[in-house]
Design a protein around this ligand. Structure first.
Ligand SMILES: Nc1nc2c(c(=O)[nH]1)N[C@H]1C(S)=C(S)[C@@H](COP(=O)(O)OP(=O)(O)OC[C@H]3O[C@@H](n4cnc5c(=O)[nH]c(N)nc54)[C@H](O)[C@@H]3O)O[C@H]1N2
Ligand SMILES: Nc1nc2c(c(=O)[nH]1)N[C@H]1C(S)=C(S)[C@@H](COP(=O)(O)OP(=O)(O)OC[C@H]3O[C@@H](n4cnc5c(=O)[nH]c(N)nc54)[C@H](O)[C@@H]3O)O[C@H]1N2
Ligand code: SF4
Ligand SMILES: [Mo]
Length: 705
């Protein structure tokens, strides 16, 4: 492979910045010879990184990078100068706003991009006159945030990664941090376990996290409420609750106790498909621990009852007094490197920067003081609601660093919905599946080409610094977005920033949780929100004296099981989807890394040996996975690691498109999709069947050779 640093015209340099992949937020920099390396940072104190961090530079100088704007002409893209492409965006969006109003435009903010970029994007939407701005936190921890905001007053990790060292029990529900948050796992969770903490893992599959676990509960997908209610019932039954905490810091215990008295532990465990004794073991480990921390991920959040799942999880922490002290709490591990920040800065339809509700007149007025115009008072559309209305009341979309044609549920329908729009602009690094449906594609800047800040999973705001100049005519995302602000709104002066630092200063004046932060204060380290401007420090442990709601108490919640949207017909399996270590989300970045592709090159379907045998499927066979929404083909990985009746595949590829199979059902509170439960039929693929009978197809295949 040619060394990009020798063949490229581009200039690279080494400056500490933040890994573009997961929300752990490891510090990395350019290391020469086309590679990135870890450097000592606030989170990775010894410069440790995972394989994705090590591969981060592979996309920066990749031959597929977009280097010129693309404009659609007669069904194909042609390259165009920036002035023409931007004119086309201004007229495309302008005409839709003129004819249908600003609420006919949907803005997709980017969890992969900086606080400053997302701040500008949501400001652009709101100055234009709509709250229709969302980011893929919607597909991710929206339900976690909904439940935690309601009960605790804040949706983020209650504690810090460092805190995990003080935990005596770590209860991991629906997350696989060994693969998805590897440095959090190796540098924080594993040391705590080696130090004696008991690790409980609630996951239908055995994976790398399970290997380190003391207790594994391989539940049926979609039965978290049954399982967590059984754990809560044991806590009450066996007197493992914290009476003092319940009296002082909670309300509603009598009602919950009464409800749990009606929960039969054995029957509930059976409904979840797990052994009642193992449920008791898990409950004792959590309830007897002096300090117990919950970690939660997509297995909990991505259900039509995702918000209720989290409510059931929050009960455990409140029942046992595991909130407000180091080593405790409820800790959602956040997805992309800036999904926390994209939400913090207002990239959500219901809240302004700093989570101030758009419905709050005081909050709107505070923003108006800064912007000179008041944002609309009605919450906007979430992103899946919006794609369901493309061509209807939504007529245009601005998609910034997101790939919904691959990552939203029922994605074949989503992709064709993009064609129903009057106008669509995509700002990305690559010509993604989503970009294929755009009218204009603008070439943005990769992580190594930008400066700004990102906020990691434990609320640390850290600085990104450039390691590379731009390829071809690509532009910095910040400059593209401010230019769109000047062209699309009638307040161009509001988008005349003197660089990202200037936008960050404005953010600290608008978002109360960021008040008092500065680039200088962050320096090579971090500042954590909520930030105390006077003391000049952040808050590590939330909810210590009072909850972020301002109340001394938080309510306990009665939670009833909710059946999944898809019913299983005879012979069908439950498909649940997720991730592997070597790939990242839609694969837009990870699939372009030769070194990651060499480690793991395709999406496979994990299926239990008994289910495989019943269908005549052997390890490595091609299989079709289908339901009324679509059919995909994959190679079978026959393994007892996945429970019987369940199949698992990743969604890291546009081909096969796993999300062709997932459904449209949304959680009513958070509007998060049901990615973790779909009914599917699995059978040997026709090509495989061809060898054992369908001679015509077999011959055709041979003919191709
Ligand atoms: N390597 C890698 N790292 C990543 C990403 C990536 O794509 N690749 N993506 C990033 C992003 S955006 C996110 S949000 C995080 C996500 O990180 P995780 O939350 O760890 O991700 P998932 O693999 O989607 O789901 C976690 C586990 O949930 C289990 N599960 C499935 N159904 C259920 C269920 O009904 N109940 C329970 N309790 N468990 C269930 C799955 O078997 C899976 O092991 O990872 C981030 N980090
Ligand atoms: N079946 C199934 N589907 C899922 C999930 C699941 O578990 N199962 N998980 C869901 C979750 S948790 C998430 S977060 C979503 C993720 O959904 P997406 O956010 O759509 O997925 P990504 O692949 O992270 O897409 C990021 C896009 O941003 C571009 N990009 C990256 N960096 C930059 C940059 O600096 N500038 C610009 N302009 N563009 C950039 C990339 O090229 C890519 O096209 O997927 C969801 N979909
Ligand atoms: S753990 Fe996350 S932030 Fe750290 S190197 Fe790996 S992908 Fe990057
Ligand atoms: Mo995510």
């Amino acid at each position: 492979m040619p060394d990009p640093s020798e063949t490229s015209e581009r200039r690279f340099e080494s400056n500490p910045t933040v890994c573009p992949f997961c929300g752990v937020g490891c510090s990395v920099e350019y290391a020469g010879r086309g590679s990135a390396t870890g450097v000592e940072g606030p989170v990775n104190g010894r410069g440790e990184i995972c394989p994705k961090g090590a591969a981060a530079f592979d996309v920066v100088d990749h031959g597929d990078r977009l280097t010129e704007p693309l404009v659609e002409h007669g069904g194909t893209f042609v390259t165009a100068p920036w002035s023409e492409a931007l004119d086309r965006v201004a007229s495309g969006i302008g005409e839709v706003v003129e004819e249908h109003g600003a609420d006919a435009v949907q803005f997709f903010a980017s969890s992969n991009c900086t606080n400053e970029e997302n701040y500008v994007l949501q400001k652009l939407a709101r100055v234009l006159g709509t709250n229709n701005v969302d980011n893929c936190a919607r597909l991710c921890h929206a339900s976690t945030v909904a439940a935690m905001s309601e009960r605790f007053g804040a949706g983020a990790m209650t504690n810090t990664l460092d805190d995990l060292g003080e935990a005596d029990c770590i209860f991991v529900n629906g997350a696989n941090p060994a693969e998805q948050h590897p440095v959090a796992f190796r540098s924080y969770i594993l040391p705590a376990v080696r130090d004696g903490a008991t690790l409980v893992h609630v996951d239908p599959r055995e994976n790398d996290t399970t290997e380190a676990a003391d207790v594994h509960l391989p539940l049926r997908p979609g039965t978290d409420i049954q399982l967590l209610n059984a754990v809560a019932a044991v806590l009450v039954e066996e007197d493992l609750v914290d009476e003092g905490f319940l009296a002082e810091r909670t309300t509603g215990f009598d009602r919950l106790r009464e409800h749990l008295a009606g929960v039969d532990v054995a029957a509930s465990a059976e409904a979840a498909g797990v052994d009642p004794e193992t449920v008791r073991e898990a409950a004792r480990a959590y309830g007897e621990a002096d300090r117990a921390a919950v970690i939660t991920g997509m297995g909990t959040s991505q259900h039509r009852c995702g918000t209720d799942n989290v409510h059931a999880l929050l009960n455990l922490a409140l029942l046992t007094g595991n909130v407000g002290r180091p080593g405790t709490g409820v800790n959602p591990l956040r997805g992309q490197n800036n999904v926390q920040g994209a939400s913090d800065v207002g990239g959500l339809p219901g809240v302004l920067p700093g989570y101030e509700p758009v419905t709050d007149p005081d909050a709107r007025e505070r923003v108006a003081d800064e912007w000179g115009v008041e944002p609309p008072a009605e919450p906007g559309l979430t992103e899946v609601e919006a794609t369901h209305r493309f061509g209807d009341e939504v007529r245009a979309a601005v998609v910034f660093g997101e790939n919904p044609a691959v990552t939203e549920p029922n994605a074949t329908a989503v992709a064709s919905a993009f064609d129903d729009l009057d106008f669509c602009v995509v700002i990305d690094l690559f010509e993604t599946r989503t970009a294929e449906h755009a009218d204009v594609v603008l070439p943005g800047s990769a992580w190594a080409e930008k400066s700004g800040t990102v906020t990691n999973t434990d609320r640390r705001v850290m600085r990104m610094r450039p390691n590379a100049d731009l390829p071809g005519s690509a532009r910095r995302d910040f400059e593209i977005l401010t230019e769109l602000g000047r062209r699309l709104t009638d307040r161009p002066e509001e988008f005349a920033y003197d660089g990202p630092a200037d936008a960050f200063d404005e953010l600290t004046r608008v978002a109360p949780i960021y008040e008092g932060m500065s680039y200088a204060g962050i320096g090579d380290g971090y500042q954590r929100w909520p930030f105390d401007a006077e003391a000049g420090t952040g808050t590590d442990v939330l909810h210590a004296e009072t909850f972020a709601t301002g109340e001394r108490t938080a309510p306990l919640a009665v939670v009833d099981a909710v059946p999944p949207a898809d019913d299983l017909d005879a012979g069908e399996l439950t498909l649940t989807t997720g991730r592997v270590l070597q790939h990242f989300n839609s694969g837009a970045l990870s699939r372009r890394s030769d070194r990651l592709m060499a480690m793991r090159g395709e999406d496979v379907l994990q299926i239990h040996p008994a289910d495989a045998a019943e269908r005549g499927i052997e390890d490595g066979d091609r299989v079709t996975v289908s339901n009324e929404r679509g059919t995909v083909e994959a190679a079978a990985d026959v393994t007892p690691a996945v429970r019987e009746g369940v199949a698992f595949c990743t969604f890291h590829y546009a081909e096969p498109l796993a999300n062709a199979l997932t459904g449209d059902a949304l959680d009513p509170a958070a509007k998060i999709p049901e990615f973790k439960h779909s009914a599917v039929a699995v059978e040997p693929a026709a090509s495989a069947a061809g060898e054992s009978g369908a001679a015509g197809e077999g011959d055709a295949a041979a003919g191709d050779d």
